[in-house]
Write a protein that binds this ligand. Structure first.
Ligand code: FPP
Length: 233
């Protein structure tokens, strides 16, 4: 699959959907599906970094995902612990910055501590910036941004798009030009609500654990043929 390396999206968002359906289709437990999903994420981060993508934001756990069975939530949180521990252990040899969006205060203290440690250890890396959305909801992010803006103590605040953007979780990061969702579902599900107003969307039928680098390149190639007009002519 050929892609134009001079016309890559700077920021790609991914809704990693279909772990449980992949598990069911292959006769595995739900957690095996999520584990394979985490492996796919690790592979894709490396591939995206090699391609030269600057920002990758992935949807790992939404503010709505707490409604799942307690045992599944626990298993996803344990996978996250493992993922963060690996990031801590491997940070010296990896070349990417790891950061997070979402309401981290709603997570267990040990997870919050690991997140801070990973942010600190990777902050000066030069490669891809990976943002993992955990306990994230687009509406929740906007509400938290508005609260922070009003609590900032700034006087005579003029409310503008620029001003509110400064209080979002990943302030300063460009909006994603391109958002990919796997598993055939065609909705945004509270992902990057503010930032996605002019994103191009791509829906892959593959379940997330099966999503390969070739699928990723196919998606990017599709993006490269889009005509982006931003509401203009
Ligand atoms: C969507 O598939 C996946 C999730 C809600 C969890 C995402 C978790 C991972 C990719 C692995 C853990 C991530 C990290 C960073 C360790 P689904 O469960 O909604 O599957 P379904 O749509 O088939 O039911």
């Amino acid at each position: 699959m050929n892609i134009d390396m001079s016309n890559l999206p700077e920021h790609i968002g991914i809704i990693m959907d279909g772990n449980r359906r992949w598990a069911k289709a292959n006769g595995f437990s739900k957690i095996k599906g999520h584990r394979e999903g985490a492996n796919t994420l690790k592979r894709l981060v490396e591939d995206a970094n090699k391609l030269g993508i600057k920002y990758l934001t992935v949807y790992a756990f939404s503010t709505e995902n707490w409604k799942r069975e307690e045992s599944e939530v626990k298993e996803i949180m344990n996978l996250l612990r493992e993922f963060l521990t690996e990031c801590e252990r491997n940070y010296a040899k990896e070349d990417y910055v790891v950061n997070f969006i979402g309401d981290s205060k709603g997570l267990a203290q040990d997870i919050q501590d690991k997140m801070c440690s990973v942010i600190e250890k990777t902050k000066n890396k030069k490669g891809l910036h990976l943002y993992i959305a955990i306990n994230y909801g687009g509406r929740d992010e906007i509400i938290r941004a508005v609260r922070r803006l009003f609590e900032s103590g700034e006087n005579n605040i003029e409310i503008t798009e620029q001003k509110l953007s400064e209080y979002l979780d990943a302030s300063g990061v460009p909006d994603p030009e391109f958002i990919i969702r796997t598993s055939g579902e065609m909705r945004i599900s509270n992902f990057l609500t503010w930032q996605s107003v002019y994103s191009e969307f791509y829906f892959s039928d593959k379940y997330w654990p099966d999503f390969s680098i070739d699928d990723f390149k196919l998606a990017i190639s599709d993006f490269q043929h889009r005509n982006r007009r931003f509401g203009g002519i």
